[in-house]
Write a protein that binds this ligand. Structure first.
Ligand SMILES: Nc1ncnc2c1ncn2[C@@H]1O[C@H](COP(=O)(O)OP(=O)(O)OP(=O)(O)O)[C@@H](O)[C@H]1O
Ligand SMILES: [Mg+2]
Length: 282
């Protein structure tokens, strides 16, 4: 018997993650549909990166279950693409851009012996072209700008055509043009291939037009819903257990009063020039 509906891209039931006696979150139920874009928000230390690492099979759940495309989470799952929290690469790193992208292919296929190098190279070339990195694919990655490196990381995460793309603050330290470019690339893959996206960020405004749902984690509490449902003064005040105000300023959300870095969701952003740039995303 076949079913019409594909398995959820990500499925969590009663998920709990603790380090020692410190619980980051528990009772987390979440089904992410193929092609769905979920923004994961929350202050520093709320367990966003840990959630991605659990889905990568690097950190075990303390309780509950987690599935990717119908199978239990496991290390090296080719159905999962990952863009890690950005670190600039060592200038002396003896790695070219295309080697970095190639790791996204080979990483899942150790032990299969000599594979067809031509088709592997074609897959890598296609990913490099998709992110527009042809002109610097053969340069040492350490010599590239942050935006160029990030586009290669996106190519590496996408080269295996994963069902789920896990992105950990992928726009951090990118200028506006590159924020656009990177979020467009991710969104195009989501629309074209039905890839589900979990997107950790402290800055929701640049991706607001793409977001289907928000998972907002604060100190063990969480809310899941559309941005309109979650990004309200009432919900955030409850999550932060203090008066938080969500303002709507020229199509952007400005969050005031969380007392931590999440103010960067809008408060600090107002000082930057990133307003009204996401209209052309659609
Ligand atoms: N392997 C580990 N062992 C013990 N504690 C850990 C481990 N990994 C992370 N933690 C702790 O768990 C908490 C959540 O970490 P995590 O990296 O998931 O936060 P985050 O929400 O991604 O924060 P940020 O916004 O700063 O990136 C932190 O307090 C961190 O110190
Ligand atoms: Mg993190």
């Amino acid at each position: 018997m076949t079913t019409e509906t594909p398995a959820p891209a990500v499925e969590l039931h009663g998920a709990r993650l603790a380090y020692g006696d410190r619980t980051l979150w528990s009772g987390l139920d979440l089904e992410v549909a193929p092609g769905e874009f979920v923004a994961v928000l929350g202050p520093n230390g709320s367990g966003k990166t840990s959630l991605l690492k659990m889905l990568l099979g690097q950190v075990p759940l303390t309780a509950g279950t987690a599935h990717i495309a119908g199978s239990p989470v496991r290390l090296g799952n080719p159905n999962v693409g990952y863009i890690p929290q950005q670190k600039s690469m060592d200038e002396g790193l003896p790695l070219r851009g295309r080697d970095l992208v190639g790791l996204g292919v080979d990483g899942h296929r150790w032990g299969t012996g000599l594979r067809n190098r031509r088709s592997r190279n074609a897959v890598v070339d296609a990913a490099i072209t998709e992110v527009g990195a042809q002109s610097y694919a053969d340069a040492p990655v350490g010599s590239l700008s942050g935006g160029e490196q990030q586009r290669l990381r996106v190519a590496q995460a996408l080269v295996g055509d994963p069902r789920v793309l896990l992105c950990d603050e992928p726009l951090l330290s990118l200028d506006l043009a590159n924020q656009h470019r990177v979020s467009d690339l991710i969104n195009r893959r989501r629309v074209g291939h039905g890839t589900a996206v979990l997107f950790v960020t402290h800055e929701i405004n640049p991706i607001l037009p793409l977001v289907d749902r928000v998972l907002y984690l604060v100190d063990g509490r969480f809310r899941i819903g559309t941005a309109a449902e979650v990004m309200t003064s009432e919900v955030l005040s409850e999550l932060y257990q203090t008066d938080v105000e969500v303002l709507h300023v020229r199509g952007r959300l400005v969050v005031v009063g969380t007392g931590d870095a999440i103010d960067a969701l809008g408060g600090a952003g107002e000082l930057r020039t990133d307003c009204a740039h996401h209209e052309d995303h659609a």
